[in-house]
Design a binder for this molecule. Sequence first.
Ligand code: ATP
Length: 308
Amino acid sequence: MIKVENLIYEYPRKLALDNISFTIPKGSITALVGANGAGKTTLLKCLAALIAPFSGKILVNDIDVLKSPRACQHMMGFLPDFFGLYDTLTIEQSLSYFALARKVDANKIPIRVKEVVNLLNLNEKIHEKIGNLSRGMRQRVGIGQAMIHDPSLLLLDEPAAGLDPEARIALKDLFLELNRQGKTLVVSSHILAELDQYASDLLILKDGKIVEHNVSLKGEQNIEKNICIELLEPPENILEIISSINGILSPKIQGNTIIFKFDGNVIEQNLLLKKLIDLNLNLIQFYVKVEGVQEQYIQTISGNTLHV
Ligand code: ATP
């Protein structure tokens, strides 16, 4: 869906994107993460053909964004981090206006507006003035404005910023529904703990460079499971003992706790627990620790200040 090659963007005194290249597959939801100032907004604006890079190439659906910005913008919707809404218009009026501006066929506008309002779960508020809506609803109206022309690609800059947990769940469900409808999404976010509930790909930026790009890690596979066992007093050769057990991979020791990956299903996990008890290791705890995008991010970027 997106192919970026050697992209460089410079502000007068800041190299914001430092020669980055990546591809984003069709039908994916890519979480774009990085600390403040990493270059996320700049990258999204370049992809949306709103600012022109110093050099490099961006293709969206094989169309060159720099050569044909209008054609690309037709295929994409962009929600900026700070977007404007017309508070005195109703949701219906505002979406109809944006549909007209986005050259949706005038006859089809009422149907399209209803479709979008339905998708955004704003049916009951369709005749409500936008100025009277909650923050979560306003955010959804913003997304509605960005997607009124039915683009196949959605670029969303911090869509969950300032939303309460309930509104964030509604937003996550919306992303998954849009994705089910075949749309590709790029979502920048600081709320790492929730990314693995919807993201299939992770693109991490640091100081304008890509430090990690995990392609097509969907749902469960995003989550890494480690088994932790805590012992009263681990013997000196504990790692040797643990490593010799079938299915145990990369054991590490942290204080009195041994952490390892285990290649087995729940039945094998149960057998493993029995085996550990039989070994008389003075086991105090046995638990599964699930690591998601947040931990992957922290491991990748370790040493960097994180703003969650
Ligand atoms: P945040 O998470 O805070 O939104 P970001 O990852 O989106 O940050 P950008 O807004 O893309 O980062 O900024 C990248 C770098 O470029 C930062 O160092 C920022 O200070 C700088 N920058 C952004 N806009 C401008 C500008 N108009 N003029 C000069 N420098 C800028």
